[in-house]
Design a protein. Structure first.
Length: 173
């Protein structure tokens, strides 16, 4: 399912994609009483984070790379929920929405400026031609990577630190 980039920004940042994690967070009272489901959430979340991030590495389409990184971040959130860290998952969910929307809107600007070209292998240096778009992609990417002093660092660090303190810390590695 593909659509225009502004629609992708809404879908991946605010609504459809993150609704499942939000439903898990809202249903926390049900999940805390079933340790088997929590373990399953932790395993599925860690596997999703790893494999979606790995698949995103080999994609050539800019929007697919951003979409797979969204899936990887959702895996981290589900892993946090599986370790009873629901508040840190919600914190990362909110922060993720902002930098993911920034990435998709900047990608839309880049794709439009390059004549509807989405294949990253055909991109040239666009920093001099589109400096505002360059800064948007740079800030969004650095936040997604978890560089210190950006929102992604604080939300991921809290979640991974709390997961490390739980009984399923082996899933992080």
């Amino acid at each position: 399912m593909e659509g225009p980039t502004p629609v992708s920004a809404l879908i991946h940042a605010a609504t459809m994609v993150t609704a499942g994690v939000f439903l898990i967070i809202r249903s926390a009272d049900l999940f805390v009483h079933c340790s088997a489901v929590l373990i399953l959430m932790g395993v599925v979340g860690s596997l999703t984070a790893f494999f979606a991030g790995t698949v995103g590495l080999v994609q050539g389409d800019l929007k697919k790379v951003i979409a797979y990184s969204t899936c990887s971040q959702l895996g981290l959130m589900v892993l946090a929920c599986g370790c009873l860290c629901f508040s840190s998952a919600l914190y990362h969910l909110v922060n993720h929405a902002f930098f993911k929307a920034l990435l998709f809107l900047s990608a839309g600007s880049l794709i439009h400026g390059l004549g509807d070209e989405q294949d990253m292998r055909k991109f040239g240096g666009f920093r001099g031609v589109m400096p505002i778009t360059y800064v948007g992609i740079l800030v969004g990417s650095l936040s997604l990577m978890g560089v210190p002093y950006l929102t992604g660092f604080y939300s991921k660090d809290v979640g991974l630190e709390l997961v490390y303190g739980q009984y399923m810390w082996g899933l992080v590695y």
